[in-house]
Write a protein that binds this ligand. Structure first.
Ligand code: CP
Length: 305
């Protein structure tokens, strides 16, 4: 089994993954040898802090080993992807990959003899969403009935939240004035609509009013933020999105917890006061990436089929 997104998981399986992660968080000693003698390749075509750290530390704490493979300083950038993965998967027990294009992740999954985990591409970010669900459950005690508002660009993080929330009973409203076309997955959106748990709105004040959680993400992907070719698009996005910034004015009448998947562009999608607000759970949410990684690794690397 690979983990591209949550499509292959039932609601029951996704809820169990959240519960497993919380169990692992509270009883780390029970899992210290669970992946003994196992190796995980971490293939990065893009930058990362949390995804790299969480999967690498997770493997160490589970008794295994992780090796970082940089796209630019290995032959991944030069050779046929299928050939490289055919080789790699004969030496490791799993691959976690952060690639630019979902199409390349699909190629990787086809060529690999071992499970491949999506470490974020332009369409999905499942390990982030699992950490988000863990955080919501910790704060509310249950996923079912929790109300989350996502404010930002409709992107990979938004897609995974739509999947993750609607599969676990979280009521999700997305306020997304801009849709990133590279992230479009109509099948995922249609499936979410059928649950009745996902609504869309552009009235950000009304959406936030009775939310338990308010969540945002960067308006411009990290790799484009300082890219000269992206200057015009960045300017356009900032102008269009600034009325949707999470700041003290928006949160005036709200008691919601504040979430962000990080990295943060302070002063853009979220004001510094909101990051430092006593209702901000951003760093706890980021810490939960470790338990998300552990639960995913235990599920995929110990499967017997
Ligand atoms: N949220 C997240 O994926 O962080 P990194 O890009 O630092 O891995």
């Amino acid at each position: 089994m690979h983990l591209m997104n949550f499509k292959e998981l039932s609601s029951r399986e996704l809820n169990k993954l959240v519960d497993d992660a919380i169990e692992i968080k509270h009883n780390p000693e029970k899992f210290e040898k669970a992946l003994e003698q196992k190796s995980l390749a971490l293939v990065f075509q893009k930058t990362s802090t949390r995804t790299r750290v969480s999967f690498e530390v997770a493997m160490t704490q589970l008794g295994g080993h992780a090796l970082f493979i940089d796209w630019r300083t290995t032959n991944f950038g030069l050779a046929d992807l299928g050939d490289e993965v055919q080789y790699l998967s004969r030496n490791v027990d799993g691959i976690m990959a952060r690639l630019m294009r979902n199409a390349d992740l699909q190629k990787m999954m086809q060529a690999s003899k071992v499970p491949v985990i999506n470490g974020c591409d332009e369409m999905y970010h499942p390990s982030q969403c699992l950490a988000d669900l863990i955080t919501i459950k910790e704060k509310k005690g249950a996923l079912k009935g929790a109300k989350l508002v996502y404010i930002g660009i409709h992107n990979n993080v938004c897609n995974s939240l739509i999947e993750g929330c609607t599969k676990t009973g979280v009521q999700l409203t997305t306020v997304t004035p801009i849709f990133n076309d590279a992230s479009r997955d109509e099948e995922l959106l249609e499936e979410a609509k059928r649950t009745g748990l996902w609504t869309q709105s552009l009235d950000v004040k009304e959406a936030v009013a009775d939310a338990d959680f308010v969540y945002t993400d960067t308006w411009v992907d990290m790799e484009f933020f300082t890219d000269a070719k992206f200057v015009e698009e960045k300017k356009k996005r900032i102008e269009q999105m600034m009325p949707y910034q999470i700041n003290p004015e928006l949160l005036k009448a709200s008691n919601a917890y504040i979430m962000h998947d990080m990295p943060i562009h302070r002063g853009y999608e979220i004001a510094a006061e909101a990051i430092e607000n006593q209702k901000s759970i951003i760093y706890e949410q980021a810490e939960n990436r470790l338990y998300s990684a552990k639960a995913i690794l235990l599920k995929l690397l110990t499967q017997t089929d």
